[in-house]
Design a binder for this molecule. Structure first.
Ligand SMILES: [Zn+2]
Length: 338
């Protein structure tokens, strides 16, 4: 069976550490908390105001309860003898509970600082843990831009030893995002492999042969393109599948190395690939020679209609200028839906 042979992939297919003095990148491991700064900030407006009202009500309530006898006494006093009954129901000893309202009111001094940023959206709208790796490292997605806009997902690393895309993700996490783009950034969907500078995940599976699109068995553990025991058998694949199915992105870009090219496509897909190639100087050249089952970009194209999804093969290294050009290209094609 051809599929069981180990055909060298045109993508970096060996597990050997990369040479050439390239930077090693450590997968982001700290961003595990699910936060929604935007939601908090927006909600902060009303939440910030509410406690004050609640606190005020609390004060009034406490006083009212304490004064119930007083009210009744006053009514009695109105109809009967005012001056004799009322004073007896206002003993100073019933007021000490005022120490409680004080502690209740105290938190209302916090909300104003939370409300302040609501005038502009924060640079990062949300950081979400979309899953965990075989070795229990978080796989995180960062959201920027315009919620409800054109959904664009960029994946920096899928093959662990092809991680120069991280530099592009780093830029995309900081630059201004054009209006109308709902930008999601997954720095690495293979943090274990990235840390080990290995193409595979920790189960020796090639994650870019593990997606449930034409999945077929390839190789054995450790082989360059080992596809895993079954489609989407790996937690990293499962995390990305679930995330993409929920997100339903209009465009997904996946970075690999180091063929320095973009495979040409047809139709809408082809146009955007060509545009990206023009913007970055990458040649549009066919990628051939491997066994392309279970490929992530293919799975997205078949799953998300009318989504566009393609692979960018960076070169062996990526200069700061090139990273900048790629980040700009992402934002340009993100704003040019075709
Ligand atoms: Zn690759």
């Amino acid at each position: 069976m051809n599929r069981t042979t180990t055909t060298p992939s045109p993508e970096r297919s060996t597990g050997a550490p990369r040479s050439g003095g390239r930077r090693r990148r450590t997968p982001r491991g700290a961003l595990v908390a699910v936060t929604c700064v935007a939601a908090l900030a927006v909600a902060g407006c009303s939440d910030g105001a509410a406690p004050e009202a609640d606190a005020a009500d609390t004060v009034v309530t406490v006083v009212t309860v304490d004064a119930t006898d007083t009210v009744e006494a006053t009514e009695v006093a109105d109809t009967a003898a005012p001056t004799t009954v009322a004073p007896t129901t206002l003993p100073p000893t019933t007021l000490p509970p005022t120490t409680l309202p004080t502690t209740t009111v105290a938190p209302t001094t916090l909300p104003p600082t939370t409300v302040a940023p609501t005038t502009t959206l924060p640079a990062v709208l949300e950081t979400r843990e979309i899953g965990r790796s075989v070795q229990d490292r978080p796989i995180t997605a960062v959201r920027r831009g315009t919620p409800g806009g054109r959904v664009v997902l960029v994946v920096g690393v899928i093959h662990g030893n092809e991680d120069d895309g991280v530099a592009i993700i780093d830029l995309l996490e900081r630059v201004d995002v054009p209006a109308g783009v709902d930008l999601w950034l997954v720095e690495s969907m293979n943090p274990d492999g990235q840390l080990a500078q290995d193409r595979h995940n920790a189960n020796q599976v090639d994650l870019n042969r593990n997606f449930p699109a034409d999945w077929g068995p390839i190789g054995v553990p450790g082989d360059g393109q080992y596809a895993g025991p079954s489609a989407a058998s790996e937690p990293e694949t499962q995390a990305m599948v679930a995330f993409v199915e929920e997100l339903r992105p209009d465009l997904v870009i996946w970075y690999h190395q180091d063929l320095f090219r973009i495979h040409p496509g047809r139709g809408r897909d082809g146009a955007i690939r060509q545009r990206y190639a023009e913007l970055t100087g990458l040649p549009l050249v066919a990628i051939t020679g491997g066994t392309y089952t279970g490929v992530a970009a293919t799975w997205v194209r078949r799953t998300i209609d009318p989504g566009v999804s393609f692979i960018v093969e960076l070169g062996p290294t990526l200069s700061a200028e090139e990273a900048d050009a790629h980040a700009r290209a992402v934002l340009t094609v993100a704003t040019e839906p075709n």
